[in-house]
Design a protein around this ligand. Structure first.
Ligand SMILES: Nc1ncnc2c1ncn2[C@@H]1O[C@H](COP(=O)(O)OP(=O)(O)OP(=O)(O)O)[C@@H](O)[C@H]1O
Ligand SMILES: [Mg+2]
Length: 307
């Protein structure tokens, strides 16, 4: 079942197409990443889904219903640090956010204790949020999206601006949510490792348009088969480099010409390249598919237009 369906969504600011005719969907219980360079429309999309921004056109359905009628299924964490009341403690914040959505009483109090415990915040539950570290504040903000137990969680840049340790803590907290609570999550981020580690599917935006949309695994596979690394027994001469450059492949000469990297579109091409090297008596020490990571894939798809 689709938890979220975004259908031909567009949002303009004057002439600027912040979101330009995008469609995607997320199945119940799955976690989808939304990626893109700065200004590509991630936050606008998330705000449209939770009905904070009214789009110019398109429709958004949440569990099959128009999103204007289904906000009770959604909790959201927005980018930046304004998700919490700084003068309240974590416990008071969670109680307040549950309260404004109509939840209260002993059951909620128990749930708040459980959440704070889950995120290792029990000993800080009565400390003013203002006096917590940035990472702890972010964990409280994530706990806040869980306190009403909604089916859908929207997270806009949950790891932005955190130090290494807080980053690990937040990643673990998110992995915990993914593995032990059956939530549907849409997560925007610039953090490719986070996407690689926790997202099943990914939507990549550039200038308001979708430029790729697939499972993380499929994108990794697709690009894995395309980049080869050829280590040579000795450096290439200038003439050899020139000769290879004229063969029509995308060669990158690295390590002072002792290594060639090449992006190919069909596996057979690698045999033709090996033959060409052999013909020139250029000897190969090692040949392997280059380890890929999501960052490289992202740069490939968005043509490196990342700020
Ligand atoms: N309220 C607004 N008024 C005018 N333009 C806006 C407004 N909000 C966003 N925009 C523009 O819409 C485009 C998309 O912005 P959005 O915030 O959705 O991008 P983003 O992908 O979340 O970027 P970032 O990675 O920087 O958070 C940008 O060009 C931005 O300047
Ligand atoms: Mg944003």
């Amino acid at each position: 079942m689709e938890a979220i369906e975004v259908n031909r969504l567009s949002k303009y600011y004057g002439k600027l197409k912040a979101v330009d005719d995008i469609s995607f969907s997320i199945k119940k219980g799955e976690i989808c990443g939304i990626l893109g360079p700065n200004g590509s429309g991630k936050t606008t999309t998330i705000k449209c889904i939770c009905n904070l921004i009214i789009p110019n056109s398109g429709e958004i359905k949440v569990f099959g219903e128009d999103n204007k009628k289904s906000t009770e299924y959604i909790s959201a964490l927005f980018e930046g640090t304004r998700n919490l009341y700084w003068k309240l403690t974590p416990r008071e914040n969670l109680r307040y956010f549950a309260g404004i959505r109509g939840f209260g009483g002993k059951k909620v109090e128990r749930h708040i204790d459980e959440l704070l415990d889950r995120f290792n915040l029990s000993d800080k539950k009565d400390t003013m949020v203002n006096n917590l570290s940035r990472g702890m504040q972010q964990k409280v903000a994530i706990a806040m999206t869980l306190v009403c137990d909604t089916e859908i969680i929207l997270l806009d840049e949950p790891t932005l601006g955190l130090d290494v340790q807080s980053h690990i803590d937040i990643k673990e907290a998110l992995m915990d949510i993914v593995s032990s609570m059956n939530k549907t999550i849409l997560l925007s981020t610039h953090d490719m490792n986070l996407v690689q580690d926790i997202c099943k599917d990914v939507v990549i935006l550039n200038k308001g348009k979708i430029v790729a949309q697939d499972s993380v695994e499929a994108l990794m596979d697709m690009f894995r088969s395309m980049t080869y690394e050829i280590v040579l027994t000795e450096s290439l001469s200038r003439d050899d480099e020139k000769y290879l450059s004229n063969l029509g492949y995308d060669f990158y000469f690295v390590n002072n010409g002792t290594k060639i990297e090449v992006d190919i579109s069909e596996v057979n091409e690698i045999y033709a390249i090996i033959d060409s090297l052999k013909g020139k008596s250029i000897f190969i020490k090692e040949i392997k598919q280059k380890d890929n990571n999501f960052e490289r894939i992202f740069l490939n798809i968005t043509n490196g237009e990342v700020e």
